[in-house]
Design a protein around this ligand. Sequence first.
Ligand SMILES: Nc1ncnc2c1ncn2[C@@H]1O[C@H](COP(=O)(O)OP(=O)(O)OP(=O)(O)O)[C@@H](O)[C@H]1O
Length: 311
Amino acid sequence: MSQSTLEGLHARSVPTAEFGHDALIVCDNVVRIYQTGRIEVQALQGLDLLVDEGEMVAVVGASGSGKSTLLAILSGIDVATAGRVRVGSWDLMTMTGSQRVAYRRSMVGFVWHQAARNLVPFLTGAQNVALPMNLAGMSRRRRRRRVADLLELTGVGHCAGRRPREMSGGEQQRVAVAVGLANAPRVLLADEPTGELDTATSQQVFDALRRANRELGATVVVVTHDPAVSSQVMRTVAIRDGRTSSEVLRRAAPGGEVDGVIAEEYAVMDRAGRVQVPREYREALQLSRRVRLALEAEHVTISPDRPAGHE
Ligand SMILES: Nc1ncnc2c1ncn2[C@@H]1O[C@H](COP(=O)(O)OP(=O)(O)OP(=O)(O)O)[C@@H](O)[C@H]1O
């Protein structure tokens, strides 16, 4: 690295604002440690994640990587051990119990993967959607209209009068999306909402989430194992070992008429500057333990630490 490159870059740099200052959801170096007996499990190990208002983001990762823990924290059910978590103007690390209840009622909606957890079995679809609604100042007629609109939006208007056992699994999950939207939350969180469904039915549930995002403007964070779901959102965030490891961004292919999408994979750099180099890159260049870093005008290179002339 030449000193003049570093000085030149310093002169051009602008001071950075607080991490995620304009994002709707901010997870900054979030740690969650579970203690069971004498064993500690670090479910999240310094996770950074930013989501902008109006985005629809898929979170993917192997079993045990920390996806559900992240969603439990964002939904206000669980509290991180350390780090900073903010959703809108809500600071999830310092909220009181009553603020937490207000947050869960007004700011976020949820869809869980077990249909049974989303719906009350002895209520009809319409009654389930009406149940969590904030009734203050809402006439009975307006409430009925809103319930019907939400069931229409998620494609299950025909389930208004049916109890959950009279609906298919996919219908139950689409009613669950309507329930999640009942209080017009700014954020909708969904944990494996298609986990128990076949591909065609998953698509219908995913379409309901997409309509919530596009037509109601809800910001949607969906945890999924389903590659078909993650390939349909503009941003997929991968979690590995309790940290965000990579992101795939999709954008419409330039040129237009063809309905093509370009997907690009990015590594995620954490706040301490750590980047995970994919295993296939490390193996291809036999990068291990000590590597050379070089700063160039527009990029940084990483090369194997081999004696000169030992190519
Ligand atoms: N209540 C708990 N007590 C102790 N350990 C827990 C608890 N909840 C989760 N863990 C552990 O934390 C880690 C992350 O779990 P988490 O459920 O967030 O992963 P996940 O990515 O959602 O997995 P899956 O895809 O299997 O649902 C795992 O090692 C898990 O065993």
